[in-house]
Write a protein that binds this ligand. Structure first.
Ligand SMILES: Cc1ncc(COP(=O)(O)O)c(C=O)c1O
Length: 1016
């Protein structure tokens, strides 16, 4: 017999009952309880239930004192905690003494009974484990600051002493079992020095599931914590690790169980990241301690089943832990405590979201510009999925190609987080959760033809280039490391590539943003899949390419979302691709028909539903981004943050009207008039281009007392009847009633279509002669012109640039006849031409009245008229001018923001530079495409006139429409204009960059070639 057994108390029930009476004055029913070292009796008395403990005589007194002090401390600081509370003896002592028949003196303690059922005998639900974590957290929190000499004992169960397991390894017989333990011991050696730096305190140190009680009526609630025999001063995190080690025994998801305990503990007693980071290794090492102690005890005693009680499940759990990737396990544990799954993960995700506009396109063009569709791997019954699962990539690819062909799709997207049945192989069995599979895709798949080139959106260092040969593996696999300024480093993984990259890239190579990474591989090279790129991110830069799981367990999707986040932003896929909102196109068209004026027109046969604008891009309800080269209202880009902010700020402060004083209106009038020639000093604010022109006409009438109008053919000036009357574009076409007697139409001074015998330098004068003739005709009838109105670059007429000297001559003629000259800058103003603020300036004239609209508010409905003091004085004839919305503080704040952006970012300079760049490209195209008759433009106001024959200049209307539609199909918006609808019209936002220009040029080139092929 060893010492331990001779000192083990061995009192009879009768003796125990007598002692109970003697020391505590209690009588009741006693029943023995199992104990490893001591002797315990359950005591049921009328006063309650207790445990009578006879302490093993071998236990040093300091330890009994320690336990007594510990219980007393917790009792004092957390009296409501369901732990045993000491009942003093009749003499008022915490301990009594009793001598056994063998003559050994034992210490005796009576504590209250803690109700509940051992956790070990229950289902150990997640809720129960969270509850256990909370209980331990509260218990340890109650022990903060508690110390006792007995807490400093030397115990093999002290996690800091777990290295001693190495000395017990020889008791483990199987060599593979020893190797398993050695692996964990090696990991422990690596972290051991860190233990000394962690927070340490007195902890329970043995929250195994026999020492934890749950409420019999509510097994999700832990109702008690017992057995403080192993309490010890140790690293705090050991408390969680030990409880987790036991909770994980025979648990289908041991890391999930540990996570639940950690979550509960953290809620009561916040853990530190550096503590949670050690949890996986500490759980494992506790099990190593347990199995080696069991092995050693077995060697010393007969096969005591109590000693070996947790041995088998402990081995099973160790083998499970060994198969797991500790970094993934740690990510789960970190996330359970509310930490990032990997340090810096959220910063990477946030950085990508904030900087997405600066990323280079991953495909030849921004991925969002390709017509895209979801690849049906999420639908187990879809024939493509069925073929793929049956490892028939060619058949799967054929189905996909047919679908793409039918639907005009060029990019297939396999989203992050998608549940797929194709993951059928052994390798997809979960290593975390028994009996489950990894089913959810953690990459972003981009399906295009084999050979499609893919480029890195960010500068990178190549981490690895390898070939995964396994069937259904990655084929050529590349890992890149990115470390953009202001962002923690992260990894991008590029799978299923062609093998060509192997010879071209090697670890350590530096790639600039936009550099080629590889090409999508054919099934023969890519692991046997339909050609696609598997793109994945890892915020844990220590994971190797092959460690990064491409498929994960749904239970931990929130963990994977941080550790291996969705690459959609990195890849340039718009969020609208995933989140369709609102009504269908058909429904909106139907409702428009029922509810709105029927003569609203809709662009394109297949209308587009835009849901978001951003800079030069418009994004449709399917997430496709279109390069907006047409809409000249959002002058400085869609949803410009400066405009949005100015609008929101002022709208949130005050919006009134001109009857009250406000700074904005005078500040804006001052800024606006400063952009104009010195004669134009007085501003009037309205809400639309039409209103601006109507106000201009009122001013004209007040100033001249006349009605006669001279307007250019095919012009448009607005939507009110008096403006329709001076808009041949309207009154000459469907529904129009021809010119009214006071309206005199001059021909469009279109140099391209001027009579061939006119010398080019005379075009201005010769076209002006037609105006002289109109005035002469009026005067012959005893009338005079009231005004001349023209767009400074006639746009509806087909982006016509007035010949040099034209306006000078016309203005001279009109003014000589007593008329006023109105420049309609509604389309062309605000620096669009780049060289000047206002397009009339390119003609060297100063109008009497300038009207402005569209670009003035970057989409906000506002407009303006600016005129001379002279005209203003005539207008000020006693009749009040009031406009409810015109010049309100919000509109003026927006107007100021637009001017600020144009000026501070030199957008006029940009318009000129980009315009010249595009004009050069268009002229170059003209040398190759006979159909391009004329190329016209200044700044970002551009036109390409198409003709079937350059000599006859017969309009190529069908070609122009086909180009406009073809560009739309390729994700670029432009329009057609002119009397024959044969002029391609482009007016991109002023922020148009060279990258945007190149995109436009490439699409135009492709479209022209395509249309030329199809139309012949
Ligand atoms: C040259 C010109 N003037 C005036 C208008 C009328 O502007 P709004 O539609 O804002 O009333 C337009 C509109 O297309 C226009 O192009």
């Amino acid at each position: 017999m060893n010492d331990m057994l001779t000192t083990t108390p061995d009192f009879s029930i009768e003796a125990a009952a007598a002692l109970l009476r003697e020391h505590y004055g209690l009588t009741g029913t006693l029943s023995p309880l199992a104990s490893e070292r001591d002797q315990n009796f359950k005591v049921e008395t009328p006063e309650g239930i207790f445990i009578l403990k006879f302490v093993n005589a071998a236990e040093p007194e300091v330890e009994s004192d320690f336990q007594t002090a510990l219980l007393a401390h917790v009792g004092a600081h957390a009296g409501d905690l369901p732990i045993p509370h000491i009942r003093p003896t009749l003499a008022g002592a915490s301990l009594a003494r009793a001598t056994s028949l063998a003559g050994v003196s034992h210490r005796v303690r009576l504590v209250s009974w803690v109700h509940g059922q051992p956790l070990a005998e229950t289902q150990r639900s997640d809720a129960a484990l969270v509850s256990l974590g909370r209980m331990l957290g509260r218990f340890d929190a109650a022990l903060k600051g508690f110390m006792h000499p007995g807490a400093l004992r030397d115990l093999d169960w002290d996690i800091r002493k777990a290295g001693r397991s190495a000395d017990r390894l020889h008791h483990v017989t199987a060599s593979e079992d020893r190797a398993l333990l050695e692996r964990f011991l090696a990991r422990f050696s690596a972290i051991e020095p860190r233990l000394a730096t962690l927070r340490a305190a007195v902890i329970h140190n043995d929250a195994n599931d026999w020492n934890v009680l749950v409420d019999a009526a509510d097994p999700d609630r832990v109702s008690g914590l017992i057995d403080f025999g192993d309490a010890l001063h140790a690293p705090l995190i050991a408390e969680v690790a030990i409880a987790a080690a036991y909770a994980g025994l025979d648990h289908t998801d041991p890391i999930g169980a540990a996570a639940a305990i950690a979550r509960g503990f953290h809620a009561e007693y916040p853990l530190l990241e550096e503590e949670v980071d050690l949890l996986y290794d500490l759980i494992a090492i506790r099990l190593v301690t347990s199995v080696t102690i069991s092995a050693s005890r077995r060697a010393h005693t007969d096969d005591n089943p109590y000693l070996a009680i947790s041995e088998r499940p402990a081995w099973t759990l160790l083998r499970k832990l060994d198969r797991m990737n500790p970094r993934f396990a740690t990510a789960i544990l970190r996330k359970a405590c509310g930490f990032e799954a990997a340090p810096g993960a959220r910063a990477v995700i946030d950085w990508l979201a904030a900087n997405r506009k600066t990323l280079a396109p991953l495909l030849e063009r921004p991925a969002a510009t390709y017509p895209a569709a979801l690849v049906p791997y999420g639908d187990p019954a879809h024939p493509m999925t069925v073929r793929s699962a049956a490892e028939q990539p060619d058949a799967a690819q054929a189905i996909w190609e047919e679908y793409c062909h039918k639907n005009g799709v060029t990019l297939g997207i396999g989203p992050w987080g998608e549940e797929r049945t194709v993951y059928a192989g052994e390798m997809f069995v979960s290593r975390f959760i028994e009996g489950t599979r990894r089913t959810h895709h953690l990459g972003l798949d981009l399906f295009m033809a084999a050979g499609t080139k893919v480029f890195t959106p960010l500068a990178a260092t190549v981490v690895s280039v390898e070939i995964e040969k396994d069937p259904l593996g990655y084929g050529c696999l590349i890992a890149l490391r990115h470390e953009p300024e202001g962002c923690p480093p992260f990894i991008s993984l590029w799978g299923h590539l062609a093998h060509e990259a192997m010879g071209r890239l090697k670890a350590g190579d530096r790639l600039d943003a936009g550099a080629l990474v590889g090409e999508m591989g054919a099934p023969s090279e890519n692991g046997g899949w339909a050609p696609h790129l598997h793109l994945q991110l890892s915020t844990d830069t220590d994971l190797s390419a092959t460690e990064i799981l491409g498929v994960g367990e749904p239970r931990y999707l929130d963990v994977w979302a941080e550790l291996l986040p969705d690459a959609r932003t990195f890849g340039g896929i718009a969020r609208e691709f995933y989140e369709r909102e609102g009504r269908s196109h058909e429904e909106i068209v139907k409702m428009r028909r029922e509810l709105l004026l029927p003569n609203l027109s809709i662009s394109y046969d297949k209308p587009i539903k835009f849901v978001r604008g951003e800079g030069v891009w418009l994004i449709d309800d399917g997430g496709r981004a279109y390069l907006d080269c047409f809409n000249n209202v959002c002058h400085i880009g869609h949803a410009h943050p400066a405009v949005v902010e100015a609008m929101a700020k002022q709208a949130g402060t005050l919006n009134t009207n001109t009857r009250y004083l406000h700074d904005n209106i005078v500040a804006y009038a001052e800024r606006l008039t400063a952009t104009l020639p010195k004669e134009l000093t007085v501003a009037g604010f309205v809400n639309s281009g039409s209103e601006a022109n109507s106000l201009a006409l009122r001013m004209m009438r007040a100033h001249t007392g006349r009605e006669n109008a001279i307007t250019l053919d095919w012009s448009y000036h607005g939507t009110t009847q008096e403006l329709i009357d001076i808009s041949p574009y309207k009154f000459r076409r469907k529904g129009g009633k021809g010119p009214k007697p006071h309206v005199h139409v001059a021909p469009v001074p279109d140099s391209y279509r001027a009579p061939a015998d006119w010398p080019p330098e005379e075009h201005g004068r010769r076209f002006a002669e037609s105006v002289a003739e109109l005035i002469a005709a009026m005067q012959a009838k005893g009338e005079d012109p009231g005004f001349f109105i023209a767009e400074s670059i006639p746009s509806v007429a087909g982006q016509v640039f007035l010949p040099e000297g034209y306006l000078k001559e016309v203005y001279r003629l009109v003014r000589e006849a007593g008329g006023v000259c109105i420049a309609d800058e509604v389309q062309v103003g605000f620096g669009r031409v780049g060289s000047h603020w206002w397009a009339f300036e390119t003609q060297g004239v100063v109008p009497d009245i300038v009207t402005m609209g569209k670009p003035i508010g970057d989409g906000h409905p506002m407009a303006a008229v600016v005129t001379t003091r002279e005209v203003t004085d005539s207008f000020d004839n006693g009749m009040e001018y009031f406009n409810t919305f015109g010049g309100n503080p919000v509109s003026c704040a927006i107007g100021l923001a637009v001017l600020d952006v144009i000026e501070s970012q030199d957008l006029r300079g940009n318009a000129l530079a980009m315009g010249n760049y595009l004009m050069d490209a268009f002229r170059d195209m003209q040398t190759r495409h006979e159909v391009i008759g004329d190329v016209r433009g200044l700044g970002l106001f551009l036109g390409i006139e198409l003709v079937t024959d350059r000599k006859s200049k017969a309009p190529a209307t069908e070609f122009a429409r086909a180009v406009s539609n073809g560009a739309r199909r390729r994700g670029v918006l432009m329009g057609t204009e002119g009397p024959h609808d044969n002029v391609l019209k482009m007016r991109p936002p002023m922020i148009f960059s060279k990258r945007d220009a190149d995109h436009l040029i490439a699409v135009l080139e492709e479209t022209f070639a395509d249309v030329a092929r199809t139309l012949g």
